[in-house]
Structures are given as structure tokens and as C-alpha cells.
Design a protein around this ligand. Sequence first.
Ligand code: FAD
Ligand code: MLT
Ligand code: ZN
Length: 475
Amino acid sequence: VTSKAQLELRTALGEAGWITGIASQPYTEDWLKLSANPALGVARPNSTEAVADCVRLCREHHIALVPQGGKTGMVLGSVPGKPEQATVILSLERMHRIEHIDPIGGTVCVEAGVVLDQLQQVLGENNLQIPLHLGSSGSAQIGGLISTNAGGSHAFRDGMMAEQVLGLEVVLPSGDIWQGNRALLKDNAGYALRRLFCGAEGTLGIVTRATLQAVNKPADITTLLLSCENLENALALLGLCRAHTGKLLNAAEFMHAVGVNWVTQHCRDVSFPLESVPPYTVLLEFVSPNAALQLEPIVDHLLSEAMQRELVSDGVQASSEQQRAAMWALRESIPEGQRLHGRQLKHDVAVPVAQIANFIAAASAAVQNIMAGTLVNPFGHMADGNVHFNLSPPAGADIEFFERSDAFNKAVYDTVVQFNGSIAAEHGLGRAKVALADRVRPEVERALMRTIKAAIDPSGFMNPGVIVHMDNDSH
Ligand code: FAD
Ligand code: MLT
Ligand code: ZN
């Protein structure tokens, strides 16, 4: 059956649209290099109709279909789930046209395979941008960002990716094409279907085209890197920012010394601009929509109060675009620094903002109880409570550390639940967190998700094993 299917897929997709063998291997490995299950092949359609053909063929031949964007996902959603399951990866990489920019309405229509940085570059030429900022923007695609409902550094003010999505075109598991690609903010004609596909992680269909909201680029930007002796001070600083600057606050990111030191050790071309690495470093950014609204006096006033209250012990302000980029490179290299340091346990969680310090203290104590000396690297998006609580083994203790993975994960997630937080803040559930969600989220919520999955993908071939377990997962 599979060789017949392969032949039909190759015929439908053409030579450039169907990759097998050694050439398909790079598509099977995830960013964290945790998984490399084989695929029958990689489909690379270049039109919505070709996506629909591929979907129909996979369904008819009982082949699991894994949609793939830039492959920067953290939860194993964009690579095959099981070595024994016949799987086709569907990469959107050839669908990368930016089709229409409307500067008056502030909208842009793109194919799903457009990479975020490339879109920002083209929008920038029109003084526009998508208000989404994250470290994977050089590879992550619009379809992947929509399908994970990505968050990043501006989400606290501008919302997550779903907030930027006005319209979608989706190839459904039936092979039907849903034409919902409207450039409308207001569209209450029944259930919010477009919202259903944001964060669906490829389990309900394949996003092929989207219309996004674009906003004007700021006229002025001020970026600062500040040293804080502890997280309580960093949070008090955030409170000051809210009071002094309101919507002008563009980012409030925090980093722990453990993560900063890995970046300076492992990432070439990234350095730390202050004399010494403090316990916590905070990246603050402010933007002004109009040159007439000057940031300087507002930020000066904020900083003088922060110094007076001894919330900040050192700091530097970017005086050029190059310095600003270097500050962001430091922050956004934290995941790469830890990846280069070695294997790790990742926890993308959220707690109420005011509880961030208490949560990190409690979760750190819990993991130290399991293994003293565990390297805790908490960092993330302070203004929306999104903490990346990533753990690495003490030197020379890899085996004992990873033998206790389940205990570490349980300790961290149970602490999240105690704080009334989320076990999956912005990366989604993928394949990695399904059992966890079944354990800690309300059964009514999980059952509703299985009902939606069964209704839209009754044969269960669309990214099986992601978000929910279904009886027909291994069909
Ligand atoms: P992939 O990884 O290829 O796929 C992700 C999921 O979406 C999979 O389940 C896949 O099947 C599905 N999918 C992909 N394309 C489609 C499509 N067209 N239709 C249907 N389903 C599809 N995430 C954040 O939210 N905030 C951050 O700040 C952040 N920072 C990161 C920093 C680094 C260095 C890295 C490596 C990752 C980071 N991420 C972050 C995670 C990741 O970048 C996001 O989840 C991103 O949205 C994934 O996009 P992608 O195109 O790489 O998708
Ligand atoms: C980030 O914000 O840098 C990523 O979402 C965090 C991570 O990779 O854990
Ligand atoms: Zn993040």
C-alpha cells in the first residue's frame, strides 16, 4: 500500500514536491534533537490544491500526515510521532508568497510558508510590522506561528498570534478547502472558526493562507539592559513601568545568570555589556508611535525612581540600532546557549505575574530536593507571567539526572498547578505534553477537545498523537 501511495503522491506533487530517503532526513529531526522517527517522504506542495491532493491521498491510504513549518517547535508536534507508523511530513516551505499588503487597513495576506523575518523585512519597507517578536523568527513560518498560537515578547500588550489573525484558508482533513481568508476584524457569523485553528498544532487541518493585522512601526525605541539583585526587584520594576509608561512598554524580559553565562560561553558573537553578570538581568523596551511623544523624559523619570528605590544596581541603554540588536541577541540566545550546553528538561509555564518570584522559589526548592546542584535556568516574558523554567544536570551527573526526569517534571508542574498557572504557556502541547494535560487539566476540557478532534478529523490521520490521544491514533 505504501509504495502505491508514494507513487501517487509523487505523481500528484511532482518531482520538486516529493522527497524521500536521505534527503528527507533533515525534516524528521526536531530543534531539540529529541526525536528522529522516519517518514515515508516529505510532501512539498506549492499550492493549496496540491495540499488538498496530498491530504486526500494520505487519508485514503491511512497514512499519518504531519504538517511542518520552520521546525522550531519545542514539543515534538512537527515531526513523526512513532517509528512504526506510516507518516508523511507536509512541509509548507514552497508556499512563501507575500500576496497583498494593505497599508490603510493595516493587513497583509500571505501563504503559510512565509518566514516571519522575511515578512517583517517586506512590511518594514511599508513602515509596517506584525507585533510578534520571538527568537525563532529567522525560521518560524506564519503557518507554524498560527498553529502554535505563538506568544513571544509583545504578547502581554498585543496578544498572541491568534490576535493577529483576521482570516484563514485551511485544508480540512476531508480534503475540502475552507475559504475563511477574510480581512475582517469583525466577523461574528457563528462560531469563531478561525480561532479554532490557532493553536490546533496541525491536528484539525493545514493552514495554507492567512490575513494578518499589521501595525505601524514605532517612531522611537528605547532599549535597556538592567541588573537586578533579585526577582522581587525585577517585578517591582515592572510595576513601575506599567505605572509610568502604560502601552509604551514594548517588552519586559528577564534572564537568570545561569542562562546568561551559557550564552557568553557557547554563543559566538554574543556578549554581556555590563561589568558583571547579576543574579537577574532585565531587558526593557519602550516605543513611541510618534516623534512628538519623546521617550527620553519618561524613561529618565522611571529610571530615577527605580534607582531611588534601589530596584536596579547597574544598567545600560542602547545608543544605536546595533546595540539594541545585541541586547535582543543576548536574550534570544538563551535557548540556544542552553541547547549547546547539553541535554535539558524544558518547562514552558505561566503563573500570575505577581507570583513569578514565589513560583520560581518554590519550583527551585522542589527540584533541588530531587537532586541538589540541579542547574535552574528561569527566564522569559515577565509581563505576562510566562516563565521558561529549564533544567540542566549538575556537571558529570547526566545519567542520574535524566533517570529522574519524571520526578523533576512532576515537581515543576505540580508547583504550577498549586499557583493556578498553565502547564503550557506558549509552546503548546505537541506530543510531549499530552499525558501531562490529561493528568492536570479538567476532564471536561480534555473531552471537549477529543470531541472537536473526532468531529473534524474522524479518521484521526491529521497529526495523530498531538494535543489529544484518540483511539484511532495509530490507524
Ligand atoms: P513547526 O515547529 O514546524 O510546527 C509547530 C506545530 O505547528 C506543529 O504541530 C506542526 O504540525 C504545526 N504546523 C506547522 N505549520 C502548519 C500549518 N501550515 N498548518 C497546520 N499546522 C502547522 N514560541 C513562542 O511562542 N514564543 C517564543 O518566544 C519562542 N521562542 C523561541 C525561541 C527559539 C530559539 C526557538 C527554537 C523556538 C521558540 N519558540 C517560541 C517556539 C517556536 O518557534 C514556535 O512554536 C513557532 O510558532 C513554531 O513555528 P514553526 O514554523 O517552526 O512550526
Ligand atoms: C524563548 O522565549 O526564548 C523560548 O520560548 C524559550 C525556550 O526555548 O524555552
Ligand atoms: Zn518564550
